[in-house]
Design a protein around this ligand. Structure first.
Ligand code: ADP
Ligand code: MG
Length: 632
């Protein structure tokens, strides 16, 4: 019979979907539920230790932290208990009824319904607490928040709803009791349980005790409660005593991550400042990598006490994918999160650590290019934010940066680009756009390709921005191929046939251009002959004094500017269509006769840029008329 005070609630839709998937999929590594529970218990102890700095009353139940795992063979339950911060009713609802983690929406979007693929995604995203439903068909959480008098119970079978009711509990903390599914009783076995705990949780800095009750065999020793982990913070131990697996498991815990760490950086700084660093660079992008908040996730400890994991001053935003721990000896223990802002000790530490991380990337680029490029592929777009905002690191980052380019199938560094530059080529050419494919199709590339002049293909949103701040590399200015006049004709290239092509005469071109300007009026800034086109009749470029086109489009899309400015229309004098128009442009009544064609040329150029047409109906009418003429 249900308690009258029991409230039944529905999981957030996202949680329900996730649970459904988990309950009905066969995940080979379901033992990770224990890692998740221990990880949460350890976090709960960290949180209390921090809060108690300013409110010692919270510790009135005792200052020793511990996690106890009890297997009950008769009842077929496993209970994970901690004496950490605990949860009150509101906490239970918001923490165990929703997924508050950033990146959830993106994660949900990526779910396919194909359970194999989805489980892999779960592996990347992590499901934390909800993983208990892989092994349990009923879970009861009994918990009391430190400093509060009421305890609460949360109970669910993992199918859509959960119940919350008042409960009895001695002392603060959380007890999570799993009623195991029939096919999960392997976890009742002491030996198995111990193996799982040591595999995943040896690095946990709180002692973990294994206990068993209700066993049939009076096999002593196994029944005695035993502490099974090292119980010391992993970063305080000497490197030589830590295995790769232990590093990896700690990375999973501290980074809420599930991939392999691509780089592990563990060192102790001594001298002016004393601190220990254990940082990881992930192999895969975390789900929240492109959150506008750009928050870092490195945990700051002071003398082994957890302080915060979202200090914006610990590492720069462009290193926000780095995970791990920094433990300072110098900061005061009672430092509040607010006091960390603009703290000079923290700033000095941040500078030194940033330098170390960058040095690590440089080392990798030197000795294992393949691995470095894989990392660049994942995090290059974020590192490039440093080009924009971190003046001090700009030179270093420019050397590290890799780009797609017309000159190579893979990635190129700027130094390699410069080494391949043609005679008399003075600039590093680039084109920016929304994605690799459309950038590679830019008509403005044609003339450069024909001459064998390399152009960097940039398609990260950040590219247009850092290019505003960075003027050159190695004395060579960056130059957009979609902005300003082209200096192609001055550069020695490989295009030997260029001068043999039929071209409209200069005089005819002048007449045509005058006529086109008359037709198009203020819809364009200028019309001029192009030397960057070989195949296409016309393209748009930004005016020399104007903003580059892709940047302008981004700003417009974000309402940063009201309207886009008029562009320069460049026409290709060797294109058959332009030649014909040039022939006729001097005829009497040419403006009327050719105006439809002129508008069509402008609209085509806009379509090639992916720009919306001002008057699609007029475009369709003109195109139909032109086709009709052609058919006669
Ligand atoms: P995450 O650990 O990534 O935040 P989880 O699904 O593992 O996600 O846990 C969700 C939240 O539930 C935690 O952030 C925490 O606030 C709360 N929680 C879970 N277990 C405990 C616990 N043992 N003690 C206190 N709070 C807990
Ligand atoms: Mg967790």
């Amino acid at each position: 019979m249900a308690d009258v005070k029991t409230e039944k609630m529905g999981f957030e839709a996202e949680v329900s979907r996730l649970l459904h998937m988990m309950v009905h999929s066969v995940y080979s590594e379901r033992e990770i539920f224990l890692r998740e529970l221990i990880s949460n218990a350890s976090d709960a102890c960290d949180k209390l230790r921090y809060e108690a700095q300013s409110n010692t009353a919270l510790m009135e139940d005792g200052t020793d932290f511990g996690i106890t795992i009890t297997a009950d063979k008769k009842a077929k339950t496993i209970t994970v208990a901690d004496n950490g911060i605990g949860m009150n009713r509101d906490d239970l609802i918001s923490h165990l009824g929703t997924i508050a983690r950033s990146g959830t929406a993106k994660f949900m979007d990526q779910l396919t319904g194909d359970s194999k693929k989805d489980m892999q995604l779960i592996g990347q995203f992590g499901i934390g607490f909800y993983s208990v439903f892989m092994v349990a068909d009923k879970v009861v959480v009994t918990t009391k928040r430190a400093g509060e008098s009421e305890a609460w119970a949360w109970e669910s079978g993992g199918e859509g709803t959960y119940e919350i009711s008042p409960a009895q509990k001695d002392g603060r903390g959380t007890e999570i009791c799993l009623h195991l599914k029939d096919d999960a009783d392997e976890y009742l076995d002491q030996f198995r349980l111990r193996k799982v705990v040591t595999t995943y949780s040896d690095h946990i800095a709180v002692p973990i005790t294994l206990a068993a009750v209700g066993g049939d065999d009076k096999d002593k020793g196994a029944e005695e409660p035993q502490v099974v982990n090292e119980g010391s913070a992993i970063w305080t131990r000497p490197k030589s005593e830590i295995t790769d697996d232990q590093y990896k498991e700690f990375y999973h815990h501290v980074g809420h991550a599930f991939d392999e760490p691509a780089l592990t950086l563990h060192y102790k700084a001594e001298g002016m400042q004393e601190y220990t660093v254990l940082l990881f660079v992930p192999t895969q992008q975390p789900m929240d990598l492109f959150d506008p908040a750009r928050k870092g996730k490195v945990k700051l400890y002071v003398k082994r006490v957890f302080i915060t994991e979202d200090s914006e001053d610990l590492l720069p935003g462009w290193l926000r994918f780095v995970r791990g721990v920094v433990d300072s000896q110098d900061l005061p223990l009672n430092i509040s999160r607010e006091m960390l802002q603009n703290n000079p000790t923290l700033q000095r530490m941040s500078k030194a650590i940033t330098k170390k991380v960058l040095a690590e990337f440089e080392k990798l680029a030197d000795k294992d290019e393949e691995k470095f490029l894989a990392l660049w592929g994942q995090f290059g777009a974020v590192l490039k934010e440093g080009l924009y905002e971190d003046f001090e690191r700009r030179e270093q980052l420019l050397k590290l940066a890799r780009f797609r380019s017309t000159g190579t199938d893979g990635w190129t560094s700027l130094a390699d680009y410069v080494a391949r530059m043609k005679d008399k080529q003075s600039a590093i050419y680039y084109v920016t756009g929304p994605d690799e494919k459309s950038v590679a199709r830019s008509p403005q590339l044609e003339g450069f390709k024909a001459k064998g002049i390399e152009v960097l293909l940039l398609s990260d949103a950040v590219d247009d921005f850092w290019l505003q701040m960075v003027t050159d590399f190695d004395g060579k200015p960056f130059k957009s191929i979609t902005r300003g006049a082209s200096d192609l004709k001055d550069i020695a290239g490989e295009d030997k046939d260029a001068d043999k092509k039929d071209k409209a005469t200069e005089g005819a071109m002048t007449t045509l251009i005058t006529m086109m300007k008359q037709v198009l009026g203020d819809k364009i800034k200028d019309v001029r002959p192009s030397d960057r086109l070989t195949e296409t009749a016309a393209c748009l470029v930004a005016d020399d004094s104007g903003m580059d086109m892709h940047l302008e489009r981004i700003l417009k899309a974000h309402n940063q500017i009201d309207a886009v400015t008029a562009k320069v229309l460049e026409i290709n004098p060797s294109h058959a269509l332009i030649r014909k128009l040039a022939d006729k442009a001097g005829d009497k009544g040419a403006v009327d006769a050719l105006s439809d064609d002129v508008w069509l040329i402008l609209d085509q150029a806009k379509i090639l840029e992916g720009d919306p047409l001002e008057d699609p109906a007029a475009f369709a009418r003109r195109l139909s008329a032109a086709m009709e003429k052609g058919l006669v």
